[in-house]
Ligand binder design. Structure first.
Ligand code: SAM
Length: 248
């Protein structure tokens, strides 16, 4: 199985994807969260929101993080509506979010036509302790299905995840752990195609290829699209080497 990576705006490109051409949507959109006030959320960069003082690094920021709350809901609904149209019956959608945006994300998923099936916790043991309060060590994966689940498949997937993305291996500010993504992409049938309209550094794509699924991605940042392309091309080469076996 191979991959296609589109460079540009997710909503514009999604509108041109054929109907019923993908078999799962596994995506990690900009959360448009972070900050104590609406003004902070709509004015700070992704880097300023999500990278803390003692973890400063040189990773690039990314676009799409400055929508006000209702604008975010409308935009995410439009996006998930296009994903729904491009998906086959029984396709599963998994959408990452945080505690602030979980209600908006479950609204958007349902308004787009998906049948909401649940919200899975992703626990990050390595997150920072918080003086005077509880550690914010979870994000969430909201999931739904187009129509009903395909119960003819012999498939049983976990409903919670625990993993931290090692800081030293990170090439994207909000990179997701590959093992979590490898499990999620199994919601896609083996000969199917996974769609991620917010590809970032390509973690969903690498996971899909490693699990023998095809992949269609979209990424607006040229910098991150190039990193994703490099990672996915390397993954395919690796696969070819393994298939060819050791050299004589
Ligand atoms: C949360 S990150 C995804 C990170 C990814 N899961 C990874 O492991 O690397 C969201 C990505 O969406 C991209 N993005 C933001 N707005 C976009 C848009 N309108 N169209 C396409 N991509 C967009 C950002 O550049 C960013 O890389």
């Amino acid at each position: 199985m191979g991959y296609t990576l589109h460079r540009g705006d997710a909503l514009s490109i999604l509108k041109n994807l054929p109907d019923e051409s993908v078999h799962a949507v596994i995506t990690d959109p900009p959360y448009n969260s972070g900050g104590r006030t609406s003004a902070e959320r709509t004015s700070r960069t992704a880097r300023a929101k999500y990278v803390t003082g003692n973890a400063r690094h040189t990773l690039r920021t990314f676009p799409g993080e400055n929508r006000d709350q209702r604008a975010y809901r409308a935009w995410l609904t439009d996006l998930l509506t296009q994903c729904y149209r491009a998906s086959v019956e029984h396709a599963v959608a998994c959408v990452f979010t945080d505690w602030r945006q979980e209600p908006t994300t479950t609204d958007a998923l349902q308004m787009a036509g998906w049948t909401w099936q649940g919200t899975m916790p992703w626990i990050k043991p390595a997150s920072r302790p918080r003086r005077g309060g509880f550690k914010q060590s979870s994000e969430f994966i909201v999931w739904g299905v187009k129509g009903s689940l395909d119960t003819t498949r012999d498939l049983y997937l976990p409903g919670d995840y625990t993993a931290s993305q090692p800081r030293k291996d990170r090439i994207h500010i909000t990179q997701k752990p590959i093992d979590v993504m490898r499990t999620l992409v199994r919601a896609c049938p083996e000969d199917g195609v996974v769609l991620d309209p917010f590809t970032g550094s390509g973690t969903t794509g690498v996971a899909a290829l490693r699990e023998g699924r095809g992949f269609v991605g979209i990424e607006l940042s040229e910098h991150y699209a190039t990193l994703a392309e490099t990672r996915m091309a390397r993954e395919l080469r690796q696969d070819e080497v393994e298939l060819a076996g050791p050299e004589e």
